[in-house]
Design a protein around this ligand. Structure first.
Ligand SMILES: Nc1ncnc2c1ncn2[C@@H]1O[C@H](COP(=O)(O)OP(=O)(O)OP(=O)(O)O)[C@@H](O)[C@H]1O
Ligand SMILES: [Mg+2]
Length: 149
């Protein structure tokens, strides 16, 4: 990655309405890049999936915990980190498998990580049981992804 040109961090409570908030904050932060709508909507999906996981899995829907989102960008890529200090993931390989979910009874498809992997150019999960989870995603963009050149 070349030098970071801009970065921000936000911390919010583990409430479902904050999925919408996180998405909106990410879009606002990236507004100056003039990215086209496809890239923006993919970033929104990445943020939604990661923040939803932090709330429903990391914190088991307890609404008083803290979720952090870090965003940065340079002239080539956007980096997104979503962090929780919740239960952690015991088996990362299993968790990343398409259609694997520990909440199938709640009609979870088990596709969040698969979607994150597909929509990002670089995708890493760090997790420790009882300490929490950090999802790191990189989205590269090019001139053709910009609305104004
Ligand atoms: N932040 C997290 N903390 C703890 N466990 C997690 C976290 N994120 C994901 N997991 C675990 O990984 C599994 C797979 O996550 P993934 O997002 O792919 O599927 P899902 O959330 O179960 O279903 P979907 O995203 O399709 O609604 C989850 O079922 C859960 O067990
Ligand atoms: Mg999910």
């Amino acid at each position: 990655m070349s030098e970071v040109t801009n970065e921000m961090m936000v911390r919010f409570k583990s409430r479902h309405e904050n999925v919408t908030f996180a998405r909106a904050v990410a879009v606002s932060f990236l507004m100056n890049l003039n990215l086209n709508l496809n890239v923006i909507s993919e970033v929104k999906t990445l943020v939604s999936e990661a923040v939803t996981n932090a709330i429903i899995h990391g914190y088991k829907n307890v609404r008083t915990k803290d979720v952090e989102m870090h965003l940065s960008y340079d002239d080539k890529e956007i980096r997104i980190d979503v962090i929780d200090y919740g239960v952690g993931i015991p088996d990362l390989e299993k968790a990343k498998e398409p259609l694997f979910s520990t909440l199938p009874e709640e009609e979870r498809a088990g596709l969040g990580f698969t979607i994150m992997e597909v929509f990002s150019d670089d995708f890493e999960i760090e997790s420790t049981v009882n300490e929490g989870t950090k999802v790191h995603m990189v989205k590269r963009y090019e001139d053709s992804d910009l609305t104004y050149k």
